[in-house]
Design a protein around this ligand. Structure first.
Ligand code: UDP
Ligand code: MG
Length: 315
């Protein structure tokens, strides 16, 4: 059953927020689109979130729910939601009302203009700790420098994707997932819409520090080989220094000027250490390639074709 718009909401212990989110979403969606579904993905909540989703589903047939056998994490909840959504466009958003449902009409407007991905960009954040704002800002700027994918800054996962973009996303079976960068990697016509990120409505953040560190680690290692190659650069620097130093040492000694043997030993050590690091860096290059291969991402995504016989209707 295809609908015009699906809204995917990952839920982890959000029982206080679910009814209010449903109320505000319903208000927005009813006048925005002709048909819609709200798909809650319960990521192994230990509170009564799943019961709350059941209650909503029994009173509103726009509501669908899916619950995980345990906590698999926010990014996996997105994957499941996007796998099960039937909309011609899909919005993904958090359950805590930090992503205001009232922004959805702007996302939909850009989609109707022909964009395949419309991401919501934070103009401002409300009610977040200085620590969170600072670490997030620093992290995204660092990430931008070391990855080849251009990930828009100040952008979370709140976004709309067309059915075609969702289809492409489903073809990325990698296990360590960083949704916003995967979507950026896909290309197509993408555009940002700016919004004010609200404070969490109720409850505590479900992103513990350890979950945040894991996400950051996935982001860096899935989209950059820079750390793998760091050894190579360090090795080259040590090698140049060692060989250069060794040369200077030998020439000075041969010229009859006495320099301490320590300098010669030092040059030898630098040369050896450099050689080892270079070898490690080269290994890193191959490990990086192996990693690229095992991700099994699609080789390319087609935007348009012309002159081919009529294609079967796209999904
Ligand atoms: N969430 C999830 N699984 C987790 C952690 C979080 O599905 O393991 C959901 C959570 O219920 C919320 C969204 O992901 O809908 C964002 O989490 P949160 O608001 O706690 O993160 P923050 O906004 O503090 O970064
Ligand atoms: Mg939040």
């Amino acid at each position: 059953m295809e609908v015009e718009l699906s809204v995917v909401v990952p839920v982890f212990n959000e029982v206080e927020n679910i009814p209010e989110l449903h109320r505000r979403l319903t208000k927005v969606l009813q006048e925005l689109v002709e048909s819609y579904e709200i798909l809650f993905v319960d990521d192994g909540s230990s509170d009564r979130s799943w019961a709350a989703i059941h209650v909503l589903a029994s009173g509103d047939d726009h509501v669908r729910g899916l619950s995980f056998s345990r906590n698999f994490g926010h990014q996996m909840a997105f994957a499941a939601g996007l796998d099960h959504a039937n909309g011609r466009a899909v919005v993904i958003m958090d359950a805590d009302l930090q992503d205001p449902p009232e922004v959805i009409p702007e996302l939909v407007a850009q989609w109707r203009e022909g964009h395949e991905v419309v991401y919501a960009q934070r103009a401002r954040r409300e009610g977040e700790t200085i620590f969170k704002v600072f670490t997030a800002a620093t992290f995204y700027r660092l990430l931008k420098r070391i990855t080849s994918v251009s990930i828009p800054v100040d952008t979370g996962d709140f976004r709309l994707m067309s059915a075609r973009a969702v289809e492409a996303f489903r073809r990325m079976p990698e296990r360590h997932r960083f949704t916003r960068a995967m979507v950026a990697w896909m290309g197509f016509r993408q555009i940002g819409v700016s919004y004010v990120r609200a404070a969490r409505r109720a409850g505590e953040t479900k992103y513990t520090l350890s979950k945040m560190v894991r996400l950051a680690n996935d982001a860096v290692t899935s989209f950059s080989h820079v750390p793998l190659l760091a050894a190579l650069w360090l090795g080259v620097a040590a090698l140049v220094l060692g060989l250069g130093g060794g040369l200077v040492f030998t020439v000075t000694r041969l010229a009859g000027v006495w320099v301490s043997t320590h300098w010669g030993l030092m040059a030898g050590m630098l040369t050896l250490a450099g050689a080892q690091l270079v070898a490690l860096g080269l290994l890193g290059e191959w490990v990086g390639r192996i990693y690229e291969e095992v991700k099994r991402r699609p080789l390319y995504l087609v935007q348009d074709v012309v002159g081919f016989p009529p294609s079967p209707p796209s999904t």
